[in-house]
Design a protein around this ligand. Structure first.
Ligand code: SF4
Length: 381
């Protein structure tokens, strides 16, 4: 007698790379492996949310904000996630019972071929524990970390709900990725899958506030197949320890000379560069002597023969957070600081401000209603 096939067991494609299909095998899937793989591709490539055995439940998009920039439309989208996950991290206290919001931003860029591409700035946490004084997200404190699927869902929403497939992904949204390192790496491995989103590691950047323990973990992972060109960016933001400790409490745990040493030792693969981010805040870190100090910090990071810069400084004019004590810098202040850096031979790129009006620019993501300022321990050690 023929047995009726088992009904398919729904699996979550946002939580699993396609390789897991093989491991799960036919018996658990309820459909042939080849069919499961074809369906996985369909989910990622065509945006079909339900193709047995896969079912992609996306967080609801609660707001989409758009703002014109010189290179195209910046799109910020806000998704609702639960305060508590069945098998994941929960928000503290009454926040666990609420739904929370995470923010992601699609940033247009016009390249040398005049083609417009998008970079997706993803969040890795709801809020952040790092307490950087210039940052809107810091005002929330850390509420909880995101699961791999919640990180991957931001790419899926950008591509298949908003309809703008990003070329690059940067972990520069809400949260410190090194505080949620394993989930960030699990999400990257799902995003890299050539049967799925197929975003190469060379197009993904993890930005850190300077958690040296996390940087060391990341360095180890670069030896894994397919990960060696994963990029790192360091939020430097200051010329010396005194200024940096005032802006970024993490600097009291790992100072600039420790950070510099980590970057000197960073593996060189395929000419990829280390990006240093520098939020320029008038009257705080924009003096000519500050530019001298930044150049001195970067000097050992350039190629030994001096032929090409290994580190690039990304200069970001400060975007005032809500109730900010500082204004945005003027054009003249930004130009003057850049000139000083150029005079030292520093390879510097200016980040054009995009999305400032809708609080979607760098350092401006956050939820005004949540101001709990709960800081967790800075280190795991
Ligand atoms: S700048 Fe980044 S690390 Fe610092 S508080 Fe904001 S989100 Fe956290």
């Amino acid at each position: 007698m023929n047995q009726a096939p088992n009904p398919p067991q729904w699996l979550d494609p946002l939580s699993l790379p396609s390789g897991e299909v093989m491991a799960l095998g036919r018996s658990r899937l309820g459909v042939p492996v080849a069919q499961a793989l074809a369906a996985y591709k369909k989910v990622y490539r065509e945006g079909v949310r339900e193709a047995a055995p896969w079912k992609a439940d996306l967080p609801e998009v609660v707001r989409t904000l758009r703002e014109e920039s010189s290179e195209g439309e910046v799109v910020k989208f806000v998704c609702r996630v639960p305060g508590r996950l069945a098998d994941g991290p929960a928000a503290p206290g009454d926040l666990a019972e609420r739904s929370l919001e995470i923010e992601s931003v699609l940033i247009p860029m016009i390249g040398s071929t005049r083609q417009r591409t998008y970079t997706l700035c993803v969040s890795s946490q709801v809020g952040c524990a790092m307490g950087c004084t210039f940052c809107e997200t810091a005002q929330m404190g850390l509420i909880r970390s995101l699961s791999p699927r919640e990180i991957v869902a931001q790419w899926y929403t950008a591509t298949h709900v908003i309809g703008l497939r990003p070329k690059n992904i940067v972990f520069m949204g809400m949260g410190e990725p090194m505080d949620n390192f394993e989930n960030v790496m699990a999400a990257i491995n799902i995003l890299r899958d050539h049967n799925g989103a197929h975003v190469p590691a060379s197009k993904i950047t993890i930005s850190t506030v300077g958690r040296v323990d996390g940087m060391r973990q990341m360095k180890e992972r670069l030896h894994e197949p397919g990960l060696h060109r994963l990029n790192i960016a360091l939020s430097l933001n200051a010329p010396n320890d005194a200024v940096r400790s005032g802006l970024m409490p993490i600097n009291r745990r790992w100072n600039m000379s420790q950070l510099q040493q980590e970057l000197i030792d960073w593996p060189r693969y395929g000419g990829n560069k280390i990006c240093l981010e520098y939020v320029l805040i008038p009257g705080v870190n924009d003096a000519p002597e500050h530019a001298d100090e930044v150049a001195a910090f970067m000097k050992p990071l350039t190629a030994g023969d001096g032929s090409k810069a290994r580190a690039v400084l990304n200069l970001i004019p400060y975007n005032p957070r809500r109730s900010s004590p500082w204004p945005a810098p003027t054009e003249a202040q930004v130009e003057a600081f850049m000139r000083h850096l150029f005079s030292h031979g520093v390879f510097v790129k200016r980040r054009r401000t995009k999305g400032r009006e809708m609080m979607g620019a760098c350092g401006q993501l956050g939820n005004e209603e949540i101001r709990q300022r709960r800081l967790v321990q800075l280190t795991r050690s």
